[in-house]
Design a protein around this ligand. Structure first.
Ligand code: PAF
Length: 308
């Protein structure tokens, strides 16, 4: 049983069409409604692209703790890949994903085909990420955030429960700019869902978990640790009220063999506008970093407490 009193499934129900998703979700929510009496059933949606790891498992378990019904979507969204090779290379591991999600008590896995998701072909009408989608990750991956928001809007719509249900969607804080944009889309377009951010999961050595880590050779993986090391040092300096010295932090990353720094910046966590630094940070800030390690692009971030 879950904390919401819902029986745990042994393996998730796998559905691939929006109609089957709606039917399965409605049936489970009706069951929860019957158990609750007058109470309000809850639905948790965890959008993913598969290639699942412990970070996703944490999302699924967090949703499980708070929801009567948990749906995890697994869809590699072509719209958010500028580079065809990157899309083809993205790990597709549905059997492993189902096993992992079964262990997390997920009720339904929604794994549509491209045709199921985009029945009209390439969508003509898309969500625009605006200015926030053009900086940092958006500058390095033009069009990525428009494609991401478009599919997230569709997934949120497809998961939308019947009236009266409490609807939440769960996203990892590692993709901080993605999360900020999704929050902004939900606010700007009045999407009836609550967005929950779930903290970054790291390996014991500090590397933030990512579906792309599996492509790192052993020496690249070691080199990649410079990212979390530098972020950790920035957080310590922020906590101690010491100057952050971004140029020195960037130089430390650049000095690491095999690591090609894209950006290291301090931004406002909700707008991703540059935040003042080195003693001029009035509010909370986020240090965000992206680098290519060998052929693998990695991102990471750390929250910096405000200057007292
Ligand atoms: O973070 C991801 O895995 C994807 O960007 C998301 C949110 C599932 C949309 O395709």
């Amino acid at each position: 049983m879950t904390s919401t009193g819902t029986p745990r499934p042994a393996t998730p129900l796998l559905v691939s069409t929006p109609a089957d998703l709606r039917a399965a979700t409605t049936a489970l929510l009706d069951g929860a409604r019957t158990r609750h009496g007058a109470g309000r059933p809850s639905l948790g949606l965890v959008p993913t692209m598969g290639g699942l790891h412990e970070g996703h498992a944490t999302l699924a378990r967090t949703a499980r703790e708070a929801s009567d019904v948990v749906v995890v979507s697994v869809f590699v969204n072509p719209l958010q890949f500028g580079d065809r090779a990157d899309l083809d290379r993205y790990p597709r591991t549905l059997d492993d994903d189902l096993r992992l999600l079964g262990g997390c008590g997920t009720d339904i896995v929604f794994a549509p085909s491209v045709e199921d998701m985009y029945p009209g072909g390439e969508p003509l009408v898309r969500v625009s990420a605006g200015r926030m989608g053009e900086v940092l990750e958006g500058a390095s991956r033009p069009g990525h955030f428009d494609g991401m928001l478009t599919v997230v809007a569709k997934l949120l719509n497809l998961g939308l429960p019947g009236t009266g249900a409490d609807y939440r969607a769960y996203f990892g804080e590692k993709d901080a700019q993605q999360l900020a944009l999704i929050r902004r889309m939900v606010l700007d377009l009045n999407v009836p869902v609550r967005i929950e951010g779930v903290p970054i999961v790291r390996d014991a050595d500090g590397l933030a978990l990512s579906s792309r880590n599996r492509f790192l050779a052993a020496d690249e993986r070691r080199a990649a640790l410079v990212l979390s090391r530098v972020l950790g040092a920035l957080r310590t300096r922020a906590r101690d009220g010491a100057p952050l010295d971004l140029p020195a932090a960037r130089a430390e990353i650049t000095a690491e063999a095999g690591v090609d720094l894209d950006y290291l910046e301090i931004v406002d966590p909700s707008s991703f506008a540059p935040a003042g630094h080195d003693g001029a940070r009035p509010g909370p800030a986020l240090a965000v970093v992206a680098a290519r390690v060998g052929a693998v692009r990695l991102i990471d971030n750390a929250f910096l407490p405000p200057v007292a």
